[in-house]
Write a protein that binds this ligand. Sequence first.
Ligand SMILES: C[S@@+](CC[C@H](N)C(=O)[O-])C[C@H]1O[C@@H](n2cnc3c(N)ncnc32)[C@H](O)[C@@H]1O
Length: 207
Amino acid sequence: MSTQKVAAWSHAEEFVTPGEHVEEAGRRGEELGAPAVGNGVGSVLQTLAAATGAKAVMEIGTGAGASGLWLLGGMPADGILTTIDLETEHQRAAREAFAAAGFAHQRTRVIAGRALEVLPRMTDGAYDLVVVDADKQEYPDYLAQATRLLRRGGTLVMTWSDKESDPASRDPETRTLREVGRTIRDQGRFIVSLLPVGEGLLVAVKR
Ligand SMILES: C[S@@+](CC[C@H](N)C(=O)[O-])C[C@H]1O[C@@H](n2cnc3c(N)ncnc32)[C@H](O)[C@@H]1O
């Protein structure tokens, strides 16, 4: 890759500056071992939430709440973020982050549990936007759940990995991502793009 391309990518990552609460949630996420999305991915989440007017957002992988704050920043004032994480400590940090940033508690539903145990209880077609940033080995199952949960025209976002594009990477997680990417691209149920932001961000609209 040319140095100009690398510089352009770095510039895009820093183009939108996060607010203090996102920065604090990012620091907390690092401490807790739940790395937050970077500014590039975060600003895309915020923009997508705004562009789609997403009132009902489902997030899988709350962490310490940085991505949730980006999403809430783009959602309409009556939008509700439902976010799932299996670690109670991460959830506590996220709740604190949402409150510190001034979001009323009715705007967020922070649900404790394994995503694949919680998601089947959620209503079909009830979500405008589903954001996946949890266990990559489970992405095929998250895809099945997200397809069910999204309304027609709803948007699916999945954080990706740099390794997916490297043919030399053949670990199970990377293979799983490749399979999920192929499924979304080829099955015809979504209009899809893989954005070169952060470690990649798959964005797909349900037909
Ligand atoms: C990369 S961190 C999420 C960071 C967050 N999206 C942010 O940007 O601040 C991944 C999170 O997924 C959670 N997680 C991992 N496997 C999970 C599962 N099976 N069900 C629910 N949460 C899970 C972890 O506890 C962790 O908090």
